[in-house]
Design a protein around this ligand. Structure first.
Ligand SMILES: CC(C)c1onc(-c2c(Cl)cccc2Cl)c1COc1ccc(-c2ccc3[nH]c(C(=O)O)cc3c2)cc1
Length: 231
């Protein structure tokens, strides 16, 4: 049947995509990836700075998701804490698939590979980056997929899951239609996109173990990361 994005859905998509493009890590922070110290210590410190900056950007972006600020305040916090790692995997994945001079692809990869993360997590992490790159998502799809990830109802400590589910379903409907219109030759594209969300959950579990091993080697995080990751 003819798939059509309504005027309201068009407006919703514009708000979310504009917010997603507006809230980015400041270029002077991203440029630090280019500095020339490459010790495991230096890499960890730089990645910690990137992650901290990315969390701040994520909080600002989330405030622009229509309906998010109407959710219960504690549920807003629970959604941010529960989705931060997944949202950062999606955002850093875009840097790798961007392959533009501004996206510090090579240096970011180098620093992640040499920051004290054990090989068992590096492999699935870069497989994920590759699988995201192969999707060739348009920016609207990237913004909506991140929004769908943030609005996951079954995060720990979410009280009013129905309210989150209603918001997520609104976003999923727009994303589904967008996928059909953007990738007419690939009817399974939307299903592939949702498959990435499953992969993100697995990576999020790996990440919890990454944090434990960093902690054991006495690595320090910033107050914001300690708060959002309960470390
Ligand atoms: C606390 C640090 C060590 C950390 O722990 N886990 C991860 C961690 C890891 Cl490795 C992987 C995935 C997720 C997390 Cl959450 C990280 C580092 O996290 C990030 C690294 C880079 C970026 C990021 C985001 C946007 C960017 N734009 C540009 C640009 O050049 O424009 C560079 C860039 C970097 C975000 C988070």
């Amino acid at each position: 049947e003819k798939v059509e994005i309504t005027k309201e859905q068009q407006a919703l998509m514009k708000i979310i995509t504009d917010a997603y493009n507006r809230h980015q890590i400041p270029q002077d922070v991203a440029k630090k990836l280019l500095q020339d110290q490459y010790s495991a210590e230096e890499n960890f410190l730089l990645l910690t700075e990137m992650a901290t900056s990315q969390v701040q950007v994520l909080v600002e972006f989330t405030k622009n998701i229509p309906g998010f600020l109407s959710l219960d305040r504690e549920d807003q916090i629970a959604l941010l804490k529960g989705s931060a790692v997944e949202a950062m995997f999606l955002r850093s994945a875009q840097v790798f698939s961007r392959k533009m001079p501004s996206g510090h692809t090579e240096v970011l990869e180098e620093r992640i590979r040499k920051s004290g993360i054990s090989e068992e997590f590096i492999t699935p992490m870069f497989n994920f980056y590759k699988s995201i790159g192969e999707l060739h998502m348009v920016q609207e799809e990237q913004a909506l997929l991140t929004t769908v990830t943030i609005l996951t109802p079954d995060r720990p400590y979410v009280k009013d899951q129905q309210a989150v589910e209603r918001l997520q379903e609104t976003m999923l409907d727009v994303l589904r239609k967008l996928c059909v219109l953007q990738h007419p030759q690939e009817p399974q594209y939307f299903a592939r996109l949702l498959g990435r969300l499953t992969e993100l959950r697995t990576l999020s579990h790996y990440h919890t173990e990454m944090l434990v091993s960093w902690r054991m080697n006495d690595h320090k995080f910033t107050p914001l990361l300690c708060e959002i990751w309960d470390v």
